[in-house]
Design a protein around this ligand. Sequence first.
Ligand SMILES: C[S@@+](CC[C@H](N)C(=O)[O-])C[C@H]1O[C@@H](n2cnc3c(N)ncnc32)[C@H](O)[C@@H]1O
Length: 358
Amino acid sequence: MCQLILEVFIALDIFSSLKEGFFSFVDLARINKLPENRYYHLNWMVEFLFHNNYLDFQFVSGLRKYQLKRNIQASGSLYYRNLIVRTSSQMIPSCDLMEHVAKNYPDFLQGKLNGFEILFIKDKMKLWKQYFSNEHLGYSVYNSFGAEAFIVWMPKGNFRVLEVGGGTGNACLSILQLLKKNLSFDLLDKYIFSDISPLFMRMGKDLIENNLGSLENFATKKIDFNVPFDVQGIENDSCDVVYGVNSLHVAENITKVLGNIIRALKPGGKIIISESVRQTRQHLLIQEFIFNLLDEYTGIRNTQNDSFAKGFLAYTDWLDIFKVVGLRNIRYALNVENSLAKPTYPILAAVFKGEKNG
Ligand SMILES: C[S@@+](CC[C@H](N)C(=O)[O-])C[C@H]1O[C@@H](n2cnc3c(N)ncnc32)[C@H](O)[C@@H]1O
């Protein structure tokens, strides 16, 4: 991944500056005349290289300045691809998407392209379809871990589920398959699969139908979770579980969105989510290289003056937010055993559960 950042820096002439001397990210941005709304992204890349031991660091007149370590070579994106593919051919979707993003970052940083154009226009849905697929080792952990948690935390009797930000449907498929395997599928009165994007909703519906046939208790609904659900056809106090995988982190205002979800839950109903999390706020995640491109992804958060509190939250932030909105019986699990005892180990996924009073 650091090699992809170096490719971006070579295209912008940042690489040669970093080889020659110590620069702050603001120096680098100014030398390259980058617009100010791209400073966050450049800062993220510089910090990512630093955290991964590619840069030396000095404080100069109170500013953090960096220089490329002497032994670091730019080996090119092919090196990155070979390294990933050697780990597993099921990582290729990560590679394809990261390379696509890296190729477009120089234009993005110069303000010539926006994230939406890079990620969603024209034939990009193929990249997303394979990225969110349960066949893709670099993503499916969120769906499988979420589904396992769902089975542990789901209500004991019959239940009705609303999934928010269901996307390509792979998270939903993992749940429905596990319910069938556990012989608890008959307890499912209704699974309402929702997303803000009609295109994603159609992809999700097709995935479920292609894998499980047409199900009587499965329905789709267009829902924007930033807006109260009762005006979108989901009555208050009507759901036993609201579920989401990697969707709530793009909430415009997470406390408001959780309020919308809580109103849709029956008394005692549960919110269950699976999320990419940072181990600490300072911990930077590889996939942020992609998602930093999106305004809504870098624009939220209820913390102040902490640029690295943007983007994916630390798992402790989620716990705090669940408490603040009044959820009870909060539980969580991280997918890495003893992760707290190993602070350098990257946590990939966390699942959280909270219950509405009642
Ligand atoms: C990372 S994807 C989730 C992937 C999904 N869990 C899957 O299995 O494919 C995030 C999803 O959230 C949806 N989304 C973004 N903003 C939303 C909003 N305001 N309301 C509802 N869904 C939203 C996006 O359209 C996208 O499908």
